[in-house]
Design a protein around this ligand. Structure first.
Ligand code: AKG
Ligand code: FE2
Length: 338
């Protein structure tokens, strides 16, 4: 427990424990109010009571550090180019272009572990398949899979809180979008930059694509969020996850909840690790505006959207939207899949 109500930059810290227990109606209603305030303001908030243990996080961090310390050749053995259409594996520093420029980070792309017998894998669906694991750090596999399982449970619970905050039944998202969520997970390493360097962006300004992102970060910091009051730091708070609204929730709510631009610059002088889990709609879901009955006027707030209306304009499935986005940040892979 952090014991904090908010970070120095004003991002709220919400105890979400009651979202795991449907009988705690009063507390859940209170959490829903806090979630609503956060989503109406910056679209960013921290959570405690998320069910990911300190031990799970510590193992994830430790094994990830061991992975990034491997030689380039060892990391290249699981390069993304070997992951095929599943879009998994390691990419080097500068290998991803979040806002059209190379990011100052390396990373490991992961997701729901699906075997070759899974119907979607058999049918060759992009972004579905097996993760690539480094043979030199075999412990990384269970550390990642345990963490992802716990964090995905937190994602389901949080979506109940978000549904309640929008005046919907708690299981609204589960019923319509996330019975089989698209879960992508990344392990990022932002190397220490020399103090004199013009510190380029670790990740350029962007919004996330899906419903909700749950991010664990080490103690070094560097994440920045564009709030209505300007850019603020989202500093590390031990034991918390940083959550933010993605484009699909913005789309469903007509901008009532905001998918907020954020970026990373590692100025700590240390090597920083972060672990975003993207909790997103089923690949085949067609994401629709919320029912009017929820009381949210999905048209009213469209103009608040930071980049005009792009997330509201597209047609198709979440998978189509995601592939369009991913092919911009990884042009090489995009050419292979699309
Ligand atoms: O590393 C971080 O703190 C944030 C990463 C991020 O924004 C992303 O992967 O979408
Ligand atoms: Fe992001």
């Amino acid at each position: 427990m952090s014991g904090l109500d908010s970070t120095p930059g004003g991002l709220p810290v919400i105890d979400m424990a009651s979202l795991f227990d449907a009988s705690r109606t009063t507390e859940r209603a209170q959490v829903a109010r806090e979630v609503e305030l956060a989503c109406r303001d910056s679209g960013f908030f921290y959570v405690t009571g998320h069910g990911v243990s300190g031990e799970q996080f510590a193992r994830l961090e430790q094994e990830s550090r061991r992975f990034f310390a491997l030689s380039r050749a060892a990391k290249e053995a699981i390069a993304m180019s070997r992951g095929g259409v599943a879009w998994r594996g390691w990419f080097p520093l500068g290998g991803e272009l979040t806002s059209g420029r190379p990011d100052r980070k390396e990373g490991l792309y992961l997701g729901t572990e699906l075997g070759s017998e899974h119907p979607r894998v058999k049918a060759g669906w992009p972004l579905h398949g097996a993760n690539l694991w480094p043979s030199e750090v075999p412990e990384l596999r269970s550390a990642v899979l345990d963490y992802m399982a716990a964090c995905t449970r937190a994602g389901h619970a949080l979506m109940e809180g978000i549904a309640l905050s929008l005046g919907l039944e708690a299981d609204y998202f589960q019923r319509h979008y996330t019975a089989d969520p698209t879960v992508l997970f990344r392990v990022f390493h932002y190397p220490a930059e020399p103090e004199t360097s013009e510190a380029r962006w670790g990740v350029g300004e962007h919004t996330d694509y899906g419903l909700l992102t749950l991010l664990a970060q080490d103690e070094h910091g560097g994440l920045q969020v564009k709030t209505p009051r300007g850019w603020v730091e989202a500093p590390p708070v031990p034991g918390t996850l940083v959550c933010n609204v993605g484009d699909m929730l913005d789309r469903m709510t007509g901008g009532w909840y905001r998918s907020t631009p954020h970026r990373v610059k590692n100025v700590s002088g240390k090597s920083r690790l972060s672990f975003p889990l993207f909790f997103d709609p089923d690949f085949v879901a067609e994401v629709q505006p919320l029912p009017r009955a929820s009381g949210v006027d999905v048209d009213a707030d469209r103009s608040r959207r930071w980049d005009g209306a792009s997330v509201h304009a597209y047609r198709g499935t979440y998978g189509d939207y995601l592939l369009g986005k991913v092919s911009k940040v990884f042009p090489e892979l995009g050419r292979r899949v699309l």
